[in-house]
Design a protein around this ligand. Structure first.
Ligand SMILES: *[C@@H]1O[C@H](CO)[C@@H](O)[C@H](O)[C@H]1NC(C)=O
Ligand SMILES: *[C@@H]1O[C@H](CO)[C@@H](O)[C@H](O)[C@H]1NC(C)=O
Ligand SMILES: *[C@@H]1O[C@H](CO)[C@@H](O)[C@H](O)[C@H]1NC(C)=O
Length: 206
C-alpha cells in the first residue's frame, strides 16, 4: 500500500474540460487526445551494400512519452479522479542484418525503459525499412504497453506509432566513399514527434 502516495491521480475536473467545449458530442474518452511521443536521439550506421551482418550495424534511439495518460478510475481518490500512467523514456539499441531473408533490415526488438513510479512500461521498436539508395530514409514503428497494479485493479493500455525519417527533412547523413552509411537527427529538428494511437485498453477506454 505504501507506493500509493507515488501514484499520480488526475482530477476529473481537468479531464472534463475538453468535453465541455464540445458539449454536443459524446463525452471524450478520458485518455483522449493522446499527446505525441518525442524522439530526441537517432543515430544509425550500416554498410551501404547488402548482405551484411548484425555486427556491422547499429540503430540507437531515445524515445519518450512525456505525458500522463489516464489508466482508470481511482474510486477512493478525492474528487473521484483517474489514476495516471507515468511518463516513460526508452533507449533502444538495435543491431540488424540485411540479406535475402531480412530485406531492408527488418528487425523487432524491445528497448530498455523506465518510468518514475510504479507504472511499468514496455517499448518495442520495429525496423520496417532502412534505405540507402537512391533515397536515404528510415521507417520505424513503435509500441508502448503500460501496466499498473493499484486499487486492486490491473490497469493496462497499449499504443502504437510510426516514424518516417528522411535525409533532407528530419535526418542528416549519407554514405561515404568507403561504403559506410551514417544517419543522425538533423540539427535543430529534435524532438521528432510521433502521434500514437490506442491499440489495446482495459479501463477508461471511452
Ligand atoms: C559479432 O561480434 C561478437 C563479439 O565481438 C562475435 O562473438 C560474433 O561472432 C560476431 N557475430 C558475427 C555474425 O560476426
Ligand atoms: C513486445 O514484443 C514482445 C515479443 O514479441 C511481445 O511479447 C510484447 O507484447 C510486445 N510489447 C509491446 C508493447 O508491443
Ligand atoms: C547545431 O546548430 C546549433 C545552432 O544553429 C549550433 O550551435 C551547433 O553547433 C550545431 N551542432 C552541430 C552538431 O552541428
Amino acid at each position: 500500500m505504501k507506493f500509493h502516495s507515488s501514484i499520480l491521480v488526475l482530477s476529473s475536473g481537468l479531464l472534463s474540460q475538453s468535453s465541455l467545449a464540445l458539449s454536443k458530442d459524446p463525452p471524450l474518452p478520458p485518455w483522449y487526445p493522446l499527446k505525441p511521443w518525442e524522439i530526441t536521439k537517432l543515430h544509425a550506421y550500416n554498410p551501404r551494400d547488402a548482405p551484411y551482418g548484425t555486427n556491422a550495424t547499429s540503430l540507437e534511439i531515445t524515445i519518450a512519452n512525456p505525458s500522463l495518460i489516464p489508466a482508470g478510475p481511482a474510486p477512493h481518490a478525492s474528487g473521484g479522479g483517474y489514476v495516471a500512467f507515468a511518463s516513460s523514456t526508452a533507449n533502444c539499441v538495435v543491431h540488424w542484418k540485411e540479406d535475402d531473408q531480412t530485406p531492408y533490415g527488418y528487425t523487432k526488438a524491445t528497448c530498455d525503459s523506465k518510468t518514475n513510479d510504479a507504472t511499468q512500461s514496455e517499448w518495442n521498436i520495429t525496423i520496417q525499412e532502412i534505405q540507402d539508395n537512391p533515397a536515404h530514409y528510415i521507417s520505424l514503428s513503435f509500441s508502448l504497453a503500460y501496466r499498473l497494479h493499484v486499487y486492486g485493479s490491473d490497469f493496462y493500455k497499449s499504443m502504437t506509432g510510426s516514424l518516417f525519417a528522411q535525409v533532407g527533412e528530419n535526418l542528416e547523413g549519407g554514405c561515404n566513399d568507403e561504403g559506410f552509411c551514417e544517419y543522425n537527427l538533423k540539427n535543430g529538428s529534435e524532438p521528432l514527434l510521433i502521434q500514437p494511437t490506442l491499440f489495446e485498453c482495459k479501463y477508461a477506454c471511452g
